[in-house]
Write a protein that binds this ligand. Structure first.
Ligand code: NAD
Length: 245
């Protein structure tokens, strides 16, 4: 069977889960990565299967480079090369710069930036050999415009943009594309912690006047994963209701 393989990191909930569902609907065999919540990842797989799609769970911590190398290498051996990698896993540890703890800075960079770099590096090896691939990074509008109280997060997310542009140039000759989605304010568990006042403050700055959904981001990920975007690489695409233009 000629399967097309996609790996989505942090696929057990939120935007990652929506991307897994959407790519499965588009015909990909989806590897659903999770780091700790196997139960939620299994629910995502069950929904995919109930809708006639296919995939499997793939547990590893993106910030552990040895685990990433081992897991992605094993997937290529047992199944075949990845055609799509979506680096969605991320954490946000918010706080003012002057109170920023080294451990929080390290963890943010380790997961949000280095984790995506580790996964991109391993997937690139497979995709370059196959001379086909699409890597989609999930950055953030905060990496484009900054935000008080999110210095570490924005450093990681804008680092991901610079990294992706370099790698897009490196890999283009092998028909491997690299693009970045920069979501704005999306309703997920990550944003559930905001107070009602904070939410209203955000909404006032969004020209379309509403928060986005995980499916809005998944639609863009599906486009960038598909051959419909075959001439698109090195781009940063906002899914943000006009919050940043
Ligand atoms: P979420 O917290 O619901 O999901 C993040 C996922 O990443 C979780 O499944 C979590 O388990 C996983 N993860 C965290 N650390 C990991 C690790 N070390 N290894 C593997 N997986 C790990 O958040 P979300 O809102 O769905 O966010 C998904 C992505 O979108 C993140 O990169 C986030 O920064 C980005 N983003 C979200 C918003 C938003 O408004 N929700 C806006 C801009 C960008």
């Amino acid at each position: 069977m000629n399967r097309r393989y996609a790996l989505v990191t942090g696929g057990s909930r939120g935007i990652g889960a929506a991307i897994c569902q959407r790519l499965a609907r588009d015909g990909f065999y989806v590897f659903i990565n999770y780091s700790s919540n196997e139960g939620r990842a299994r629910e995502v797989l069950s929904q995919i299967e109930a809708n006639g799609g296919a995939g499997e769970l793939c547990g590893f911590d993106v910030s552990n480079s040895a685990q990433v190398e081992e897991k992605l290498g094993a997937l290529a051996k047992s199944h075949g090369p990845l055609e799509v990698l979506v680096n969605n896993a991320g954490i946000a540890i918010d706080g003012l710069l002057v109170r920023l703890k080294d451990a929080d800075l390290d963890r943010t960079l380790d997961v949000d930036l280095k984790g995506a770099i580790y996964c991109t590096r391993e997937a690139a090896k497979q995709m370059m050999r196959a001379r086909k691939g699409s890597i989609v990074q999930v950055s953030s509008v905060i990496g484009q415009m900054g935000n008080a109280g999110q210095a570490a997060y924005s450093a990681a997310k804008s680092g991901l943009i610079g990294f992706s542009k370099s790698v897009a140039k490196e890999l283009a000759g092998r028909n491997v594309r690299v693009n970045v989605i920069a979501p704005g304010f999306i309703e997920t568990e990550m944003t559930q912690g905001l107070t009602e006042t904070q939410k209203q403050d955000y909404l006032r700055t969004i020209p379309l006047g509403v928060a986005g959904s995980a499916d809005d981001v998944a639609s863009m990920a599906a486009f960038l994963s598909s051959d419909q975007s075959r001439y698109v690489t090195g781009q940063v695409i906002g899914v943000n209701g006009g919050l940043y233009m």
